[in-house]
Design a protein around this ligand. Structure first.
Ligand code: GNR
Ligand code: NI
Length: 184
């Protein structure tokens, strides 16, 4: 098992469209297990393969309180979208940012399991929100794409500032480490 690196916006790899899984095999099982481990380690309720730079249609989700109800969803397809709901969302690929987006309230969807079964489910609530968020990832879409241009602009500026700050602190660490040698 391994914890995988989660890509962050604005990494262009988050924009790639994932390909359907052709055959369920041990490699797919291993990817799913590593994705679950990564999701739990990062404290998320869902993770799409796109976020860990794997362009396959694989999603893992666990919305249970005790984090002991993992779901592995392969090749998900939305069959029906009904109603509207506002949801407050966050994303492991957009750290420290939360905002409200419009989603469908009820969905019917089908998917393949690791045992190669096809399952059809009608769901609502957090699970329905999460499935929509994760399928978006597989299509190269992020929840921040739904924000108004003004909000997106503010977010981009915030991320830009954060990067400059990180670069500065890394730089000063470097120089701090140099000084003891200089004294010697
Ligand atoms: O951990 C997550 N929480 C969350 C909250 C509201 C709507 C969607 C999500 S998914 C997110 C993890 C993530 O980034 N999955 O892609
Ligand atoms: Ni996400």
């Amino acid at each position: 098992m391994a914890i995988l690196k989660v890509l962050h916006f604005p990494d262009e790899k988050l924009r790639l469209k994932a390909a359907p899984v052709e055959k369920i095999n041990p490699e797919i099982a291993k990817i799913a297990k590593n994705m679950l481990e990564t999701m739990y380690a990062e404290g998320g309720i869902g993770l799409a393969a796109t976020q860990v730079n794997i362009q396959k249609r694989i999603i893992v989700i666990d919305i249970s309180e005790n984090k002991n109800e993992p779901l592995i969803i392969i090749n998900p397809k939305i069959l029906k979208l009904e109603g509207k709901e506002e949801s407050q969302e966050g994303c492991l690929s957009v750290p420290d940012y939360f905002d409200i987006v419009q989603r469908a309230k009820n969905i019917e969807f089908c998917y393949t399991t690791l045992k190669n079964e096809t399952i059809t489910k009608t769901i609502d609530g957090l699970l329905a929100i999460c499935i929509q968020h994760e399928i978006d990832h597989l299509n190269g879409k992020l929840f921040i794409d739904y924000l108004s241009p003004l909000k997106r602009d503010r977010l981009k500026k915030k991320i830009h500032k954060q990067k400059i700050k990180e670069r500065r602190s890394k730089n000063s660490e470097l120089h701090n480490n140099e000084s003891p040698n200089k004294i010697l």
